[in-house]
Design a protein around this ligand. Structure first.
Ligand code: NAP
Ligand code: MG
Length: 398
């Protein structure tokens, strides 16, 4: 390796898996160079969460990061870890600093069929990670009140629109987005489609939301026309816009193999639907891509707390390490591409191949055993699964 990967360590069961992956499948084979940041909750607390900010800045500097799942503290965690503060979600902090878009894609294996019959190839969901209902203002409105939308412009002038004259009690919600954020989202999606050589789909409800959703549609169209149309033609891929309800129907009938760009809420909901339909959250990878081409790879699942508590009691767990392993291979492959290190790229390919081979051979963790159609299934524990991958990796590399 020439340039180090930014390594963001994390919490609980995924932190255990993190170390196992490095010890069993990485350091014996490659001269692994990383710049290490400990995003474990204890260290985030000790540094006043500065370590999260530093790791994001380092990602900007080097270009590629790999992240372990981390705890987003809630009231229980504040007690459990005796925290100074209820620190914000590290993913949120990193996403804000990198201005990135999250792409989630399933890892497919032949013996686990998606619940949706026509799906043969992965569907990658790109979720806009700013605004809308996630940064809204809401309130309850009593009967007899009148609600208006008021915009006070820089020159002091006002624009008012009636939202509703409330005859009975009701509710109201105000939300916003930013042209700049939508444009960053669009560019991240167009770049990722070119990177993956896959079509890009985008959908909103612009027929009903003639200003708000329509703005998303227009920004995507303008940027596509001005900056990407020719690149897409050369790559032999398409940009396709439709209404969100039409998109949902088409996605279910499709074979997969494309990227589906979603507004924030649609992406939240649809990514859980797509992940579940492909089988398991433990087989879902996630990459944050910034508009200037910085990449942060991780698993889509959390720290698997329930398994960790079993592990602490000395019990064996059968936790699936595939998504965390693919975060590593994704990051190593990208580093290999950027630094022109074909040996590193090939290693990433071989490691993925060995891990898929392991599952196809019938050796898998409990979550997959419940889904797999193989008759010769063997459920193994967390470490044994990685050792089995190692056996196959050695064969492939020999
Ligand atoms: P989780 O870690 O995703 O796990 C929920 C359940 O899903 C597990 O109990 C397990 O089911 C199953 N599961 C998830 N990943 C698995 C794997 N690799 N192998 C086998 N089974 C797996 O969600 P959580 O327990 O609700 O959250 C734990 C912590 O993760 C929270 O503190 C949350 O803040 C954090 N989190 C972090 C991220 C991130 O860093 N990206 C994302 C989400 C959540 P069974 O128990 O039935 O076996
Ligand atoms: Mg969700």
């Amino acid at each position: 390796m020439k340039t180090p990967l930014v390594e963001m360590d994390g919490d609980e069961m995924t932190r255990i898996i993190w170390k196992m992956i490095k010890d069993i499948l990485l350091t014996p084979y490659i001269d692994l160079k990383t710049e290490y940041y400990d995003l474990g909750l204890k260290h985030r607390d000790e540094t006043g969460d500065q370590v999260t900010v530093d790791s994001a800045e380092a990602t900007k500097k080097y270009g590629v990061a790999v992240k372990c799942a981390t705890i987003t503290p809630n009231a229980d965690r504040v007690k459990e870890y005796d925290l100074k503060e209820m620190w914000k979600s590290p993913n949120g902090t990193i996403r804000a600093i990198l201005d990135g878009t999250v792409f989630r894609a399933p890892i497919l294996v032949d013996s686990i069929s998606p619940f949706v019959k026509p799906w043969k190839k992965p569907i990658t969901i790109a979720r806009h990670a700013y605004g809308d209902v996630y940064k809204d203002v809401e309130t309850r409105v009593p009967a007899g009140a009148k609600a208006e939308l008021v915009v006070t412009k820089a020159d002091g002038s006002e624009e008012r629109k009636l939202i509703h004259d409330f005859k009975g009690d009701g509710i109201i919600q105000g939300m916003h987005n930013l042209d700049g954020s939508i444009a960053s989202f669009a560019r991240a999606c167009f770049n990722f489609a070119l990177d993956q050589k896959q079509d890009l789909w985008f959908a909103t409800k612009d027929t009903i939301s003639k200003q708000y959703d329509h703005r998303f549609k227009d920004i995507f169209a303008e940027i596509f026309e001005a900056e990407y149309k020719e690149k897409f033609a050369r790559a032999g891929i398409e940009y396709f816009y439709t209404l969100i309800d039409d998109a949902v129907a088409r996605v279910v009938r499709s074979e997969g193999g494309f990227i589906w760009a979603c507004k924030n809420y649609d992406g939240d909901v649809m990514s859980d639907m797509v992940a579940t339909a492909f089988g398991s959250l433990a087989m879902m990878t996630s990459v944050l891509v910034s508009p200037d081409g910085v990449y942060e790879y991780e698993a889509a699942h959390g720290t698997v707390q329930r398994h960790y508590y079993k592990h602490l009691k000395g019990e064996k767990t059968s936790t699936n390490s595939m998504a965390t392993l693919f975060a590593w291979t994704g990051a190593l492959r990208k580093r290999g591409e950027l630094d022109s290190l074909p040996a590193l790229t090939q290693f990433a390919d071989q490691l993925e191949k060995a891990s898929i081979q392991t599952i196809e051979d019938g050796v898998m963790t409990g979550d997959l055993a419940a889904l797999s159609s193989l008759s010769n299934k063997q459920t193994v524990d967390t470490e044994a699964f990685l050792r089995e991958i190692q056996v196959r990796l050695n064969r492939l590399l020999a």
